[in-house]
Design a protein around this ligand. Structure first.
Ligand code: ADP
Length: 262
């Protein structure tokens, strides 16, 4: 049931990300398909080669339309319910769930910054995002390894945000999830946030985890970045805007290392 819930939550977030794009895209595809249809009729059976090109184009456009319809199906979903979140508390509260998800071969380590800034986001979605990152990390460490979840306060300056459209300079809470796994080649990093992009075998990956992460982070006014080194591991950093007016939090454990419980 937990897996089913996780799955439906993943799909909801993807809908949020892609629903708007899919809708516009579908309208454009309708123009393409309609025009190809007209062109096809005008040519009739006259020129076999032209006919084949038109059929191939129409076929591709129809498959693209099917995909956008699948994406649109995701977009029927509840809105995010943002509230004040103490990130250290949220991460600490997930340790049992995380340990169960990681299994006995992966060590869970949390490094929580004292005075971590609060954020304004949907706590269920944020938990889901962290869980997705942890599950990906576990999958990248089939022989076992270490998963580190770190919180920090971060200033993103004008120079940094200049490279990231839509991001404003200022104060962010940073949640970094690091594994000691296989790492990601550049071409995988480039596509990792795309819905349905997966390198996992059929049935193991949906390709929706990181697109959910991306959708959540964008909706929350934040930023996500992948750092990875082949055979060494991956760090995924999530920046969420600092909630002003709420108090800072004391870290429950500045450093805690948990021995996994099988
Ligand atoms: P899924 O996990 O279902 O494949 P995601 O969107 O979560 O979908 O991830 C997309 C792809 O990104 C994965 O298939 C994998 O190749 C890569 N990936 C994600 N996280 C990691 C990680 N921590 N280490 C190595 N590769 C990763």
């Amino acid at each position: 049931a937990q897996e089913a819930l996780r799955q439906s939550q993943k799909m909801e977030a993807v809908g949020q990300l892609t629903g708007g794009i899919a809708h516009d895209f579908n309208n454009m595809l309708a123009v393409v398909i309609g025009s190809l249809d007209l062109l096809g009729r005008r040519i009739g059976d006259g020129d076999a080669r032209q006919r084949r090109y038109i059929d191939a184009a129409a076929d591709g456009a129809r498959r693209a339309a099917l995909l956008t319809q699948r994406l649109l199906a995701f977009s029927r979903q509840q809105p995010l319910k943002p509230e004040a979140i103490r990130v250290n508390q949220l991460v600490s509260g997930m340790s049992d769930l995380l340990r169960r998800s990681l299994g006995s071969d992966v060590l869970l380590e949390t490094v929580l910054a004292a005075g971590a800034w609060p954020v304004h986001a949907d706590p269920n979605q944020l938990e889901n995002v962290i869980l997705n990152l942890a599950v990906n990390a576990r999958d990248a460490m089939p022989e076992g390894g270490r998963l580190t979840i770190e919180t920090q306060n971060a200033h993103l300056d004008a120079r940094y945000v200049a490279h990231h459209p839509g991001l404003t300079p200022g104060q962010y809470a940073l949640i970094a999830v690091t594994d000691t796994g296989a790492g990601m080649p550049d071409d995988v990093i480039a596509k990792a946030f795309d819905p349905f992009f997966t390198t996992k075998e059929v049935g193991k990956g949906t390709g929706l985890g990181l697109s959910q992460v991306y959708g959540f982070v964008k909706q929350s006014g934040g930023h996500v970045k992948i750092y990875s080194e082949i055979d060494h591991g991956t760090t995924i950093k999530i920046y969420l805007p600092r909630l002003i007016g709420d108090t800072e939090e004391a870290a429950p454990d500045v450093f805690s290392q948990d021995v996994p419980l099988g």
